[in-house]
Design a protein around this ligand. Structure first.
Ligand SMILES: Nc1ncnc2c1ncn2[C@@H]1O[C@H](COP(=O)(O)OP(=O)(O)OP(=O)(O)O)[C@@H](O)[C@H]1O
Ligand SMILES: N[C@@H](CCO)C(=O)O
Length: 290
């Protein structure tokens, strides 16, 4: 039997809006079971996620190859829905990997990236879900491209609030236009953040990852815990806090030995969501025979 494994991902990393993404070790898995007259996907993700060919996983698979033979699929996901940890991208990438497993045709990594980006709308989550690690992505000449890089050695602590925030809602508060000077500054901060990440300059990362000018200032009202966690991070010497994807999850770069006091302080400030330590997934989406 084939098993497909796809990591969660944390997008933006502050000023890398719609571009930077990091694969993390929470997983969506598919088990490819017997052939069926119609597609059937078993899961316990709740009533809003369908069980037939309208499911995002199956729709994505059929986008790559519309002639796939229907199968029974078992899906398990550790990635919470609509929380900023790339659940929709993981589902899309899992569907593309499913097509790769079932189809007689061959698909290149570039084809997978192109179809996944088209389905998700931007490449920042699908690229790390596909390839693992830290990815720097963009769409140039209408083609998505991505560069895989190494993330510095630092702990990752996610705060996952107990409410959902759909990407389309979180994008609806963004402005249609930015002042020229604001855009220039936001771009230069993003460039320097990438340089700081690639040169392991964690002090500079800590400063720049909190200097986004593209999305966080507009989303703050939807995610009031971002400011609280950022300020607590400064007190305990964290290496930066940012809104993960479209939120509401907030990610803090912080040494593991500082996590307990950070969490304790957050609880004292009334934050009741889940704290979870994450690690970078280096492999990205994969399929294996079990
Ligand atoms: N395993 C899945 N199977 C089918 N549909 C899914 C699955 N996971 C997510 N989805 C769909 O994607 C929606 C969530 O996508 P959304 O872009 O709002 O959030 P996200 O991908 O979790 O967060 P972000 O893009 O900010 O990291 C769900 O409401 C559901 O419709
Ligand atoms: N870059 C995207 C990630 C979520 O899909 C956003 O922040 O809206």
């Amino acid at each position: 039997m084939q098993k497909i494994i796809v990591p969660a991902s944390s997008a933006n990393l502050g000023p890398g809006f719609d571009s930077l993404g990091l694969a993390v070790d929470r997983y969506l898995t598919l088990e490819v079971l017997e052939k069926m007259p119609n597609w059937q996907i078993e899961h316990d993700l709740g009533p809003e996620v369908s069980h037939d060919e309208t499911n995002l996983v199956i729709k994505s698979a059929l986008t790559l190859d519309k002639d796939l033979t229907p199968h029974r699929i078992k899906m398990n996901s550790e990635i919470p829905l609509a929380r900023g940890l790339g659940s929709s991208s993981a589902a899309i990438v899992a569907g593309l990997k499913l097509a790769q497993v079932l189809s007689a045709k061959q698909f290149s990594d570039q084809e997978l990236l192109e179809v996944a980006t088209k389905l998700e709308g931007h490449p920042d989550n699908v690229a790390p879900a596909l390839f693992g690690g830290l990815t720097i992505s963009l769409i140039v000449n209408e083609r998505p491209q991505t560069i895989k890089a190494t993330f510095p050695e630092i702990g990752l602590l996610a705060y996952i609030p107990d409410f959902e925030l759909e990407t389309k809602v979180s994008r609806s508060v963004l402005p249609e236009r930015l002042e020229y000077a604001t855009a220039v500054r936001a771009g230069s901060v993003g460039n320097a953040l990438v340089a700081a990440l690639l040169t392991d300059d964690l002090e500079l990362v800590a400063e720049l990852i909190e200097q986004d000018g593209y999305h966080e200032p507009y989303r703050e009202k939807l995610v009031p815990h971002l400011k609280i966690l950022r300020e607590l991070g400064h007190k305990v010497g964290a290496k930066g806090t940012y809104l993960s994807g479209a939120g509401p999850t907030v990610m803090t770069l912080i040494a593991p030995e500082k996590m307990a006091s950070f969490i304790k302080a957050a609880r004292e400030h009334g934050l009741t969501g889940e704290f979870t330590q994450l690690a970078v997934d280096q492999k990205g989406a994969r399929s294996e025979e079990i």
